[in-house]
Design a protein around this ligand. Sequence first.
Ligand SMILES: *[C@@H]1O[C@H](CO)[C@@H](O)[C@H](O)[C@H]1NC(C)=O
Ligand SMILES: *[C@@H]1O[C@H](CO)[C@@H](O)[C@H](O)[C@H]1NC(C)=O
Length: 194
Amino acid sequence: MKFSLAPIAVVTLSALSASAYTIKFVNNCSYTVWPAVGKAPNGKPDTSVRFGAKLAPKASTSFNVGDKQLGIRAWGRTGCDSNGANCKTGRCNGGLVCNDAGITSNCILSEYGFGDNGPQWGGQRTFWNLSRAGLSGKPSLPLNIPTRLKGPDGQTVACTSGSCPASQCYLKDSDHGAVRNSPLGGTFTHTFCP
Ligand SMILES: *[C@@H]1O[C@H](CO)[C@@H](O)[C@H](O)[C@H]1NC(C)=O
Ligand SMILES: *[C@@H]1O[C@H](CO)[C@@H](O)[C@H](O)[C@H]1NC(C)=O
């Protein structure tokens, strides 16, 4: 009787890993970075998905997100206080873990969302990008930390200078050359100072 639970646990675990992707943050900067994840579909913060951490130079950390989530945003903060609050760049409302999904962070973001454009387009996919798009009509957001984002299938985009190409990162909402999509699951690597 005692052992009959084991197969159930295995099934549950594999079901979980098949329905989430991982955002892995790698800090390749010479300074500490405080990564954050939040959810804000259509710009509306939803605290059901959020994460914050402190990453020393060369350290890394990971966070899992359900495949069907929409409006997922990840970014790095610099110059925070000992509580991970009051950051110089990328700041949010909240402390180490943000309450506002970074809608006030004013910096480059990696963004992720579920989509299904039909079987001829690969069915269920994760759509993703780097974005510095400001609100419509507003200037693009500052590049607070040089950033590279690599998808689970090896596709890679990067923005490492203030004038990075629109094929790599949204500078405005119409830069659709910046969008990428990948199979569900797997690991996205968000590298600071690649
Ligand atoms: C980037 O991708 C996410 C997820 O698909 C999407 O919600 C977001 O609108 C995209 N960014 C821009 C600037 O279009
Ligand atoms: C880390 O940064 C160095 C330059 O400072 C670069 O040569 C190296 O490729 C970077 N590593 C990663 C994993 O981005």
